[in-house]
Design a protein around this ligand. Structure first.
Ligand SMILES: [Zn+2]
Length: 317
């Protein structure tokens, strides 16, 4: 999918990455660097995964948002270059992450609330921000940023198409679902009950009323589907694809919400390392609000404290 060509990195980021590779070599750390540049199309494809395409959700930044550091070629991901153990050796990530820091790279494994262990980024370009917004403000697009680099740097290199990366395992395609009925406001029966339980946050009463329609629209919006409140083949495929690889998305909760869904949210935030740890009491107060915002910031989402489908998607992935 995206490139492993270190020449595509910004020259200063590349120099740091090369020092890291050399140091890893000396220490016998078998490291593989990947994702040196993602094009807008690649990032959009990655974003579609788990939404309009099969698979589980792996990113919350669409290509069009330009919010992935990898699109700006100032970030690189690493893993252990041993088949089957790419991501399982925590000690390896710490060793390489600390080495990377000694060469001036920021290591995602250090992020306090929500670590991203394979991720390294050259924060010199974003001055303390957690996202490429400073670059978006200054250059508009990655292409214009690349054009500003010294002649002979990665800007001049063509993006060579590579065979798809196999590092992020893609699950098998779910079967096509041509036989599922189209459901809309007023539909009734077992298929509606199935729909409601997949959507979550609804009484599975088999009656497609206004609440179900609102939830369908919410789901369609979050999954970049046509937002019409009608469950046709596209929406069914997204729902069934998601069902195979991720739990159904719970209802949207926010400050003041109470109950089981909030308790579930607090549990997920704690599992993701919320700091301070939250009481799992089902009451969405200021601490839960702060934890949701921190989680959203780290995930490149709008930090509004509202746990909607995108935030849930990231929490459950
Ligand atoms: Zn990364």
């Amino acid at each position: 999918m995206s490139s492993r060509d270190l020449n595509l990195l910004h020259p200063s980021t590349r120099a740091k990455a090369l020092k890291l590779m050399a140091a890893c070599g000396e220490k016998g750390l078998n490291v593989l660097l990947y994702d040196t540049r993602r094009t807008r199309a690649e990032q959009n494809r990655l974003f579609a995964q788990g939404r309009t395409a099969p698979g589980r959700i792996v990113t919350n930044a669409s290509g069009d948002s330009m919010l992935s550091m990898h699109m700006w070629s100032i970030a690189v991901d690493f893993c252990k270059n041993v088949r089957g153990q790419e991501f399982s050796d925590a000690g390896f990530f710490t060793q390489v992450g600390e080495l990377a820091e000694s060469f001036g790279l920021e290591w995602g494994g250090r992020w306090r609330s929500f670590p991203d262990r394979p991720h390294l980024q050259d924060s010199a370009f974003i001055s303390g921000s957690q996202s490429p917004r400073p670059l978006i403000n200054q250059f508009g697009t990655p292409e214009r940023f690349f054009a500003s680099w010294p002649i002979g740097a990665g800007a001049a290199n063509p993006i060579v198409p590579k065979p798809p990366a196999t590092l992020i395992p893609s699950p098998p395609k779910p079967p096509a679902n041509t036989s599922l009925p189209v459901l809309r406001r007023g539909s009734r029966g077992a298929a509606v009950r199935d729909l409601q339980s997949r959507l979550g946050g609804l009484a599975a009463d088999g009656v497609f009323g206004p609440a179900t329609e609102a939830r369908v629209r919410e789901y369609q919006r979050a999954n970049r589907l046509i937002v019409d409140g009608i469950v046709g083949p596209q929406t069914w495929n997204a729902l069934r694809g998601a069902d195979s690889f991720a739990p159904a998305i719970p209802a949207t909760v926010r400050r003041g919400s109470k109950g089981e869904t909030v308790r579930q949210l607090q549990q997920r935030l704690n599992a993701q390392g919320a700091n301070p740890r939250l009481a799992e009491d089902g009451v969405f107060g200021p601490l839960t609000d702060a934890a949701v915002r921190a989680f959203q910031r780290h995930g490149g989402l709008t930090a509004d404290g509202v746990a909607g489908p995108l935030t849930w998607g990231k929490l459950l992935s």
